[in-house]
Design a protein around this ligand. Structure first.
Ligand SMILES: *Cc1c(COP(=O)(O)O)cnc(C)c1O
Length: 810
């Protein structure tokens, strides 16, 4: 955007006066932030309008990314950068004695997601806009996002995330583009002139009101749209008849019950509960989204028979799977197409990403609940299922077990993953191993029936947020050595590889990392009152707290190291700071217990003068995107230690790598691709292989009790969980103890313990040689370009949505 500093400054001053009716120097930073946000939004509005006009004119294919979660974080800094205004803005504000960073800090994180899945959706929006693809998001505008985590007495306490308290400058409410979504009632079936007509009657109407946020591409004059839906009553006025008959409170109760649909994000990650409100949320945004897409398409002259040439809908996990029967409903009942044609169009339009093989994450809705809430949709799903099963009967004569495994409706439930596979033309996993497990294990029957639908799209992260924005020091070094072509073509980072052998560059990498560590150390001191040694190894595990992610393994080795250091305070190790952050689902007892354990270890270790010069433990509360942006550039070691086969891809592994941390990892998810990229000598791999884990799962043969009995170090740390060492209340960590022993250690923590400890010794010995360490960090940075979500999105575009999308941009 072509603007000079003085024009910008003038515009900002005017804007401030406009919205606050006062002079800048009389206001506070929050008001200054509001004025800046508002000004930037004005600039974006023109771009937005232009982009939409262009899309309407070219008639190019529109991609809609449906996701129940979008974990955007803050928008001000990234939007400024993408507009090319960051330097001008910084300088103009400086002349007014305002530090841009102080204002950025005041923006609330838009935290409408749980973790990796929601953040992926946000990275994809950034990449689609930056690649000039007409790709838009569709989701829910939760009034309360992912809860705010407080740590009180070592325990997680959940507070509501009232992120809209101070308003949201980025969104625009578009009441005129509202849609009505229908719940419940009955379906009336009539024969009108020889045609069977289905009408939903006696339903409860809910008004879906869209709030649009512009998603600005990187220096390319593109602004796409993230449309989030909010639930309201169809009539906002109170019903006076209710008033007069004394039912005023009932009217308010009704309003609340309708609005509850978009009230709060469910805080479970990789876990599903059959709650009716969740099913309501899913149908609510999917139905509103599809209705508005078709309305827009038709308003611009589109012929419904060619809808699949002009539109793609991608569903992020099974949460938006109702897009399939909802699209069918509209094509059949409202557009009057026949079943075969509607089905061809629907399956051509929809594509599906699977995100997990964890059994507890598979969505299955009880038939009665589904049918009661969505009577017409249920009829359509039944018909899809009947037609599909009849194909199966013809192909697999007498193979009932196979057929019932593949069916969409079975055992009194509707299986969303099966519906998603049957009703879409593409099914992708999110890393090579994950896709292989989907094909050969998890969905093998569906895969052999539809081999051509299945494909892999390894996840990615936007290097604009996760490198350019969060690590300006490193970005500078990269520009000074290899030039700035990597900004538009991230795989050009490979040119950095030859520089990483240069001692001067290694020293520079060390200096940049040290600065980032100092900044984080300051934060740790401010937040937790703990002084950490910035020459220690910053050993970081930040992600959701979950059994399969194995924060327990990390804990046990710290406890083991603590035992060894107390026995021998002169033990030759390089000092380490163990840094954790992450939220546990409020109802996940084991995960919450793990947070307590981490804090108990921190308490013990940090206050023991015998060891606290060598090791420190820190748990930073309320992990979110903004905190991730501060922690990751300061990490030396990236902990990616999930039980092999359980982490579909992971994306923080990629963020760390791109910021020059070295990974210690199991061969799980995208760790495998990272390892393939950098080579064995530039990553620390340990633990069971996928084959070994799958064999244990299939054939048994694992006994954690045996390991406990035979391995003294393990026995000691397990006993430490309940012998009063970490808590006077000896029962406090009983659930972790039981999980690892009497319940046979579901995630093979004890099995991988020894190789993890041994591998950490290697980490230590390499870290002692600063030059060698930084050389490896540099190799990781140089090879991180393929993990930009730009690469991922190009693969989605060419492989799934339509190759023409990319060619036009070359
Ligand atoms: C990247 C990211 C995640 C995903 O982390 P994984 O380690 O891949 O599970 C979760 N939360 C936030 C805030 C992130 O930025």
């Amino acid at each position: 955007m072509a603007l000079d500093k003085n024009t910008f400054k003038k515009a900002y001053e005017n804007k401030y006066k406009d919205i606050h009716g006062d002079e800048i120097e009389n206001g506070n930073n929050l008001q200054r932030y509001e004025a800046l946000g508002s000004l930037i939004r004005d600039y974006v509005s023109w771009l937005w309008l232009d982009t939409n006009k262009r899309y309407n004119k070219t008639g190019e294919k529109q991609i809609y990314y449906f996701s129940m979660e979008f974990l955007l974080g803050r928008l001000l800094g990234d939007t400024l950068m993408n507009l090319g205004l960051i330097d001008i803005c910084k300088e103009a504000l400086a002349e007014l004695n305002i530090d841009l960073r102080d204002l950025e800090e005041l923006e609330e994180d838009q935290g409408l997601g749980n973790g990796g899945l929601g953040r992926l959706a946000a990275c994809f929006l950034d990449s689609m806009a930056s690649l000039g693809i007409a790709g838009h998001g569709c989701g829910i505008r939760y009034k309360y996002g992912f809860f705010e985590q407080k740590i009180i007495d070592g325990k997680q306490v959940e507070l509501s995330d009232n992120w809209l308290r101070q308003g949201n400058v980025w969104e625009r409410r578009k009441i005129e583009k509202s849609e009505v979504v229908k719940f419940g009632g009955e379906v009336k079936v009539e024969n009108i002139d020889g045609r069977i007509v289905f009408t939903q009657i006696n339903y409860e109407p809910v008004l879906a009101v869209p709030y649009d946020t512009p998603i600005v591409g990187y220096e390319n004059n593109v602004a796409n749209t993230l449309r989030l839906w909010s639930a309201e009553t169809v009539s906002n006025e109170f019903d006076y008849s209710s008033f007069s008959s004394g039912e005023y409170l009932k009217a308010i109760e009704y309003k609340n019950s309708v609005e509850s649909i978009s009230q709060v994000l469910y805080p479970e990650d990789s876990f599903y509960e059959g709650k009716i409100l969740r099913l309501k949320q899913q149908y609510f945004f999917v139905s509103a989204g599809i209705q508005s897409i078709i309305r827009h398409y038709k308003a611009h002259g589109g012929n419904i028979k060619f809808l699949d040439e002009k539109i793609s809908i991608h569903i992020n996990d099974t949460h938006p799977t109702l897009a399939i029967p909802e699209l069918m409903r509209i094509l059949l009942d409202e557009e009057g197409l026949g079943w075969e044609e509607a089905w061809r169009i629907t399956t051509n339009i929809v594509s599906y990403t699977n995100h997990t093989i964890l059994a507890e994450a598979l969505e299955k809705w009880p038939i009665d609940m589904f049918k009661g809430l969505l009577p017409r949709i249920y009829m359509i799903v039944e018909e899809i299922n009947e037609r599909f099963c009849s194909d199966l009967w013809n192909k697999y004569i007498g193979q009932w077990e196979k057929i019932s495994d593949m069916a969409i409706i079975a055992d009194g439930q509707v299986r969303m993953a099966n519906l998603a596979v049957v009703g879409s033309h593409s099914v992708n996993g999110v890393a090579k191993l994950h896709t292989e497990i989907l094909k050969k294990e998890e969905m093998k029957n569906l895969y052999y029936f539809y081999p051509n639908k299945f494909n892999n799209k390894t996840n990615g992260i936007t290097h604009r947020r996760w490198l350019l924005r969060s690590n300006p020091g490193l970005t500078n070094l990269l520009c000074n050595t290899i030039g700035d072509s990597f900004i538009k073509h991230p795989t050009d980072l490979i040119n950095f590889e030859k520089f990483t052998y240069d001692k001067g560059v290694q020293e520079e990498l060390e200096r940049i990392k040290k600065k980032n560590k100092e900044r984080l150390a300051e934060k740790i001191y401010k937040k937790n009152g703990i002084i950490v040694d910035t020459s220690s190894i910053f050993d970081v595990q930040v992600k959701r707290i979950h059994g399969y992610k194995r924060q327990t393994l990390n804990c046990l080795r710290i406890m083991d190291l603590y035992n060894k250091l107390t026995n021998n305070p002169n033990l030759d190790i390089h000092p380490r700071t163990f840094i954790f952050a992450g939220k546990a689902a409020p109802g996940y007892y084991l995960a919450k217990n793990i947070i307590e354990l981490i804090n108990a270890i921190a308490d013990k270790v940090n206050n023991d003068p015998l060891v606290n010069k060598k090791i420190k433990v820190v748990f930073l509360e309320n992990y979110n995107v903004s905190l991730a942006e501060e922690i990751i550039p300061a990490a030396d070691l990236s902990e990616q230690i999930s039980t092999t086969t359980k982490e579909a891809s992971g994306t923080s592994n990629m963020k760390f790598m791109m910021n020059g941390a070295i990974t210690i990892a199991t061969l799980d998810g995208a760790n495998i691709e990272i390892s393939d990229e950098v080579g064995n000598n530039n990553i620390f791999i340990f633990g069971l292989t996928a084959r070994q884990v799958l064999s244990y799962i299939e054939n048994g043969g694992y006994s954690s009790q045996d390991i406990y009995n035979k391995n003294e170090s393990i026995k000691n740390v397990i006993d430490d969980l309940i012998n009063g060492k970490y808590s006077k209340d000896r029962e406090k960590f009983r659930s972790i103890y039981d999980h690892l022993t009497i319940f046979n250690d579901e995630f093979y923590v004890l099995k991988d313990f020894d190789s993890y400890v041994e591998t950490n010794k290697k980490v230590d010995s390499i870290f002692k040689d600063m030059y060698k360490w930084q050389e490896i960090c540099g190799i990781n940075i140089a090879h991180s370009g393929v993990f930009s979500s730009d690469r991922t999105i190009q693969q989605y575009a060419t492989g799934i949505w339509g190759p023409e999308l990319i060619y036009k941009n070359l």
